[in-house]
Design a protein around this ligand. Sequence first.
Ligand code: M6R
Length: 366
Amino acid sequence: EKGGYEHFMLKEIHEQPRAIRDTYRGRLLRDEAIIKMAGVEDNMKKFLNANRIIIVACGTSWHAGLVAEYIFEEFSRIPVEVEYASEFRYRNPVITENDVVIAISQSGETADTLAAIKLAKSKGAFVFGVCNVVGSSIARETHAGAYTHAGPEIGVASTKAFTTQITVLTLIALRLARAKGTMSSSTFRMYLQELELIPQKVEQLLKVDEHVKDIARQYLLSTNCLYLGRGYNFPVALEGALKLKEISYIHAEGYPAAEMKHGPIALIDDRMPVIVIATSKGHYEKVVSNIQEIKSRKGKIIAVVTEGDTAVKEIADHVIEIPDCEEAFSPLLTTIPLQLLSYHIAVMRNCNVDQPRNLAKSVTVE
Ligand code: M6R
């Protein structure tokens, strides 16, 4: 059942090329240059008239929502707010009939997300679900939706659910961009092509496994870890930190790279590994100068860079290369080595990777 892998988590990490492909299959029609999603098409008016989109979710799904915020605002020029479902539901939030709420949930059973949906509905908002489990409570409670089609995710640590959530949300953002005219048809076509290339790039990237394992071996006794990223990859830093915390029990924090000098830089010494996402198109020079700041304080740097990088290679202790891609799609790639790093560190620390202590796969109580 684990398909020859030692853990479900590792199997699910390796399933991502297929899972991402399944997510856009039948929806991304490159030859016709269209995106077909019934749940969006049938409710196009709601999306086009939306004053804003409010995304509600928890945990890793909330991180996918943050990535989507950057993508929606860039592609479709619709203001987006991303909320923890647990905060949103108790805050007496201002919601109107012109708001579109997108609820993201792998399991479709998360209690706080379900409650947030009910609240939004009671205020007249249109609620769209992005779920993995077909027929789940959230899939039934929402007005419309789109499934991620990732297949069952058994490991408690979410992996393929995250990348497929980002894929679905990207498809929606692209569809709305065309409908609103915020993206030219040539740019749209280019993005369709680039998105179709992602699965094979993930496949190629998965070959870094042994290299990541070597890095993991050197940091398995760390007690703290910092993850930094900017722009589209800021949420990936948060997700990388969550993954390490939940399966290896090492304390980790994710930060937007530029926030480091507002506090966390005080933590840096020669025992602090800092994982930095420094892709070539994403505020690269600024991130490089953050890396220099860390290095001059003797922090250990594990950098995720774009193939062919030279500047970061000179400073970092370790580099992990990802294939070149559009910056907006880079979270689908940069996430992969961070999943592998957490996985290997957890295995080396003899942790129960698939069922970490104190955690359940779906949190059905608040
Ligand atoms: O099923 P959901 O997507 O609603 O679950 C939300 C979180 O409980 C979940 O993502 C959790 O944070 C994972 N264990 C993270 O790996």
